[in-house]
Design a protein around this ligand. Sequence first.
Ligand code: GLV
Ligand code: MN
Ligand code: MN
Ligand code: MN
Length: 418
Amino acid sequence: MTAALKPAVRIDEKRLAARLKRLSEFTEPGRPWERTAFSDLHLKAREWLKGEMSASGLETNIDAGGNLIGRLHGTSNGLGALASGSHSDTVPAGGRFDGALGVIAALEVASAMRDAGHRLRHPFEVIDFLAEEPNQYGLSCIGSRAMAGELSHEHLDFKAADGTTLGQGIRRMGGDPDRLIAPLRPRGDIAGFVEIHIEQGRVLEGSEEDIGVVTAIVGITRIAVDIGGRADHSGATPMGLRKDALVGASLMIAAFDAQARQDYYAPLVATVGKLEVHPNASNVVPGRVSFVLEVRAGQGQPLTRYHKWAEGTIRTIAEERGLTFRTRIIGRSDPVTMDTDIQLAISDAASASNLKYRSMPSGAGHDAAHVALFAPSGMIFIPCLDGRSHCPEEFSSIDQIVRGAQALVDTIIALDAK
Ligand code: GLV
Ligand code: MN
Ligand code: MN
Ligand code: MN
């Protein structure tokens, strides 16, 4: 049969919508769309996902990094797998689509091919990467880092507030931390990886385009900062005698923001989104503050430069205020470019369906950034309402989702034919 005569593989809108809805129901009561990594709900959601994979004819397993993988055999021997997926965990009080879409759409690709009787030459894998979002252990993209061999012993010893280590967390999710120091997937094992995700910004919506072909993913540095002052009585301690850790931290945070705003020529974003105050009482001068400074940029050099500047600024402000400080890098990923052949395959798939597309970089981090370290990788973005993401308002319409999923299956089929 020639390629042109093969039955078209069509995305089943109802099945895709129903699965997305079902996955969204594994969330915290009273807190819509919260399914943080390593939680009981995350485990339950993955149990359901594993069942859906099996029912769709995929062979399932959880690798040493805690990634849930469903695999279809290919018709040719000895070829690396084509793979698609994303993550089923959410940020606290997050949305229904960040991560979930990429996992469910990948599963729909497998189901739609099965409906159409379309078999790939390559094996096909649907991957739910473990813990893409920063979590109680501090590190993001645990599963995709494990695949790439980026996890160190030090990472596996990162501790959560409950005293458990990341290694124990991985074990709880079905992985095996003892096997994690070497890359789980040697080069060639995955012949191509494509992740679909909501854009999490406003570009596609603003230009009324259906598909973003991702060209590159930002680099991200996260630095944990502990500021030590002195806890004292808020009424009895004169202003001149205080060592207020929160005032010191606040001056630092304002400086981080001002500096990032000045970087016109090398766009860079800096955020402190997590902060803990001890003892956190209204009548105690804060004795200790911990926060995470996250910095992102499309190029490595501004990231490094900003990091160096931030370390100096922390030191200067701490000294001025009589505070102690400690900084520790908890995660660093360099900017990565997406594979040009995969970008082309996505653009061609979009054109073939008369979809409007544009090439664009990603300001968000993704598992694809880590998979790209050992396999040709690409990403498809779809528009989302008002660019909202990492919040309960996150939304993409089923039409937007189906257009993206159709581009995904068409891309996978095109890559298989190469
Ligand atoms: C992912 O959610 C990110 O932090 O970019
Ligand atoms: Mn996210
Ligand atoms: Mn995501
Ligand atoms: Mn992300």
